[in-house]
Design a protein around this ligand. Structure first.
Ligand code: FE
Length: 180
C-alpha cells in the first residue's frame, strides 16, 4: 500500500470524527481547507498540505481527551512524521508549522487572536500562547513560513457546517504525483 492509500484509508476510518469543538468532521475540515487553497490558486504541494494538515489528529485518535486533560498532543509533528515517508518539504513544512503560524499571527496581528474560535483559543494556551519576539524572528527565518500562514488562514476558515466540496478521491492524482 502506498502513502496515498494509507491516507485515504485513514480518512475513511477516522475522518468522521468531530473536529475539536467545531461543527464539522475532520474529513470535512480537510476538504474545505484544500478547496480554499485551490480557490486561491495555491500550488499543488500547498493544496496537499491544506488537505492533510490535521492528519496527526486521525493518527492519535485520542488527543481530544488529551486536550481535556490539558495536554497538547502535538498533532502537527505526528502528521509531519506520518507524511515524511512520501512528501517533500513543500508539503511537510506547512503541516509542521501550522500551529506555529497560529502562535505567530496571535503575536503580530492582535485582531487575529480575537477572531479565533473558542476551541482554537483554548488549544492556543496548551500550544504555548502567542510567540515571543525571538520566536517570531525564528519563524520568519523559515523559508516556508509564508505557506504556513496561508495554510493557517484556510484552517481557521474551513469550519462551515454542510458546505459541499469536492470529495477525497478527487485529490488522489494530486497526492500520487507529489509522493516520491
Ligand atoms: Fe485544522
Amino acid at each position: 500500500m502506498n502513502l496515498t492509500d494509507s491516507i485515504m484509508r485513514l480518512f475513511h476510518a477516522q475522518g468522521a470524527a468531530a473536529y475539536h469543538g467545531e461543527a464539522v468532521s475532520q474529513l470535512e475540515h480537510g476538504l474545505q481547507a484544500a478547496a480554499l487553497a485551490q480557490a486561491e490558486g495555491a500550488p499543488e504541494p500547498l493544496v496537499a498540505a491544506a488537505l492533510l494538515h490535521d492528519i496527526g489528529h486521525l493518527l492519535e485518535g485520542q488527543d481530544e481527551d488529551l486536550m481535556e486533560q490539558g495536554i497538547d498532543g502535538a498533532h502537527e509533528l505526528a502528521g509531519q512524521a506520518f507524511l515524511a515517508s512520501g512528501f517533500g518539504p513543500e508539503v511537510l513544512e506547512p503541516v509542521r508549522l501550522h500551529v506555529a503560524a497560529k502562535r505567530y499571527l496571535c503575536a503580530v496581528e492582535p485582531p487575529y487572536l480575537e477572531g479565533l474560535s473558542p476551541a482554537s483559543r483554548r488549544s492556543l494556551e496548551l500550544q504555548g500562547g502567542p510567540m515571543s519576539a525571538e520566536e517570531c524572528a525564528e519563524f520568519e527565518a523559515n523559508p516556508h513560513h509564508h505557506d504556513a500562514i496561508r495554510l493557517r488562514r484556510w484552517d481557521d476558515t474551513a469550519k462551515t457546517p454542510n458546505l459541499p466540496t469536492p470529495g477525497l478521491e478527487t485529490y488522489r492524482t494530486l497526492l500520487d504525483a507529489l509522493c516520491r
